[in-house]
Design a protein. Structure first.
Length: 266
């Protein structure tokens, strides 16, 4: 499905009935990363909305500057389009960065928040250099070569060895990327705000999901979130990396569904 949102065509899926759950994907992926969660949430009696953020998947990828605020505005406008006053909103990695911005400016739109393998801090110099190198490599060697290298870094070592089909799946997502979206999102991540000092103001029920072998949102990042958020549950997924929802879908879904079962329907 598509909606005209803030001057672009935003692609999304909307299925199920009950308490709305909006899930925001990470970089450089799209809404298809949530396929293991869709069936589980629908069967459990939830409505699940999974958009392609601007620049990704089947959404438009305009040129020019992207910001976390712009992407957060897209999500709120999509909720308006769908008649959703409040939802449980979850964000994975970059989707979590969008979620922080959304909660700061639209706190009344979130019945609860799920922070998934993400962090409140900004990039250090090493990570910034890596993002710029990724953009440069994509221009030099093409998206396919960069996608294969990047995809492997998203998983735990055992997952990369034992489930090569997951790497191929993520590579396929990345190869279809529009370079306007890649550049726009990378710049938005480089310029994003540090939300650590604001976490105590996010008073809605929250869930933090981390992964024990995540090299991007490390255990210390996850515990910082869990310690600073006032009404927070913490769930650590063992033997999983950054893509915990794909690597260990049963453990991930159990954690998410337990939390959702505690949230009253809006």
């Amino acid at each position: 499905m598509k909606a005209q949102i803030n001057g672009i065509s935003l692609s999304y899926e909307d299925a199920g009935t009950g308490l709305p759950v909006v899930l925001l994907h990470g970089f450089p992926l799209n809404r298809k990363m949530w396929r293991p969660q869709q069936e589980a949430l629908i069967c459990a009696g939830f409505r699940i909305v999974t958009p392609d953020l601007r620049g990704f998947g089947e959404s438009d990828a305009p040129g020019g500057a992207y910001t976390m605020s712009l992407m957060a505005d897209d999500i709120v406008s999509l909720m308006d389009h769908l008649g959703i006053r409040q939802a449980v909103i979850g964000g994975m990695s970059m989707g979590g960065y969008v979620l922080f911005d959304l909660l700061e400016r639209y706190p009344d739109r979130a019945a609860a928040a799920c922070f998934i393998t993400t962090r409140s801090t900004v990039d250090d110099e090493e990570v910034k250099s890596g993002r710029l190198a990724l953009l440069d490599s994509a221009g030099k060697y093409g998206k396919a070569a960069v996608a294969e290298l990047f995809a492997q870094s998203l998983f735990a070592n055992a997952t990369a060895r034992e489930k090569p089909e997951l790497i191929r799946e993520l590579c396929d997502m990345m190869i279809s990327l529009d370079m306007h979206g890649v550049k726009g999102a990378l710049m938005a991540m480089l310029q994003r705000k540090d939300y650590t000092s604001l976490l105590e103001g996010f008073t809605m029920p929250s869930l933090v999901i981390g992964a024990e072998q995540d090299s991007a949102a490390r255990c210390r990042d996850i515990r910082l979130l869990a310690d600073r958020l006032p009404h927070c549950e913490l769930c650590m997924i063992p033997e999983a990396g950054h893509m915990a929802n794909l690597e260990k879908p049963t453990a991930f879904n159990d954690c998410l569904l337990k939390f959702l079962g505690e949230i009253p329907e809006c």
